[in-house]
Write a protein that binds this ligand. Structure first.
Ligand code: ADP
Length: 183
């Protein structure tokens, strides 16, 4: 499923983000940026040990922030590492911190002249953010960015499994008028 925002496209895919050949893939990392489980572990395994070596030079990252590295063995040229909120620890700040992950990642992409970027569903695994709450926050943050920046051409959400895909599909349908979508 995809939706147009001006000349840009937001697309929803079900699959594995490590296989994407976008300019950058986004990693749902933790504050150390030194690797972890879930999508973080999968990205480090696919990129090879040089990714961890570069991450060691970054000095970690605050929640809601984003930092870029090269992609090494990945098809994607870059990895943008962002740190989502831990749902129960963040309390009322969870939505703004989650939105910040998407916004800051897109800012880093723009600053590096990248035009296509793939996101996983940040915070909805180990960090416990309910999919139905995270999906509209994620899509709205990307929509707001694309409305005010014309450099990014394609934003893909690569959803791992049917439940995640369906949650984002529903949220996209709620946000968009029907004529702007196709399958
Ligand atoms: P967080 O700590 O931010 O919650 P997780 O990696 O635990 O990060 O989960 C974030 C989301 O990434 C979950 O929805 C999980 O199903 C998904 N995920 C795990 N592996 C992959 C992958 N290879 N590609 C895309 N998404 C993935």
């Amino acid at each position: 499923m995809e939706a147009r925002v001006g000349k840009a496209v937001i697309e929803l895919l079900q699959g594995d983000i490590t296989e994407q050949d976008t300019d950058a893939i986004v990693n749902a990392a933790n504050r150390t940026l030194l690797g972890g489980g879930g999508v973080d572990g999968a990205i480090h395994r696919a990129a090879g040990p040089q990714l961890l070596a570069e991450c060691r030079t970054l000095g970690g990252c605050e929640t809601g922030g984003a930092k870029i590295t090269r992609g090494y063995k990945l098809k994607a040229k870059h990895v943008i590492h962002t740190v989502g909120p831990i749902y129960h620890a963040a309390g009322k700040k969870a939505p703004e911190l989650l939105a910040s992950c998407y916004q800051r990642s897109l800012e880093v992409a723009s600053a590096n002249k990248l035009t296509s970027i793939a996101f996983p569903s940040i915070s909805t695994g180990a960090y416990g953010y309910p999919l139905e709450e995270a999906a509209p926050v994620a899509l709205k943050a990307v929509l707001d960015y694309l409305k005010s920046h014309s450099d990014i051409q394609r934003v893909s959400f690569v959803l791992f499994g049917k439940d995640a895909y369906q949650a984002y599909q529903e949220a996209l349908r709620d946000l968009w008028p029907s004529e702007s979508k196709s399958n």
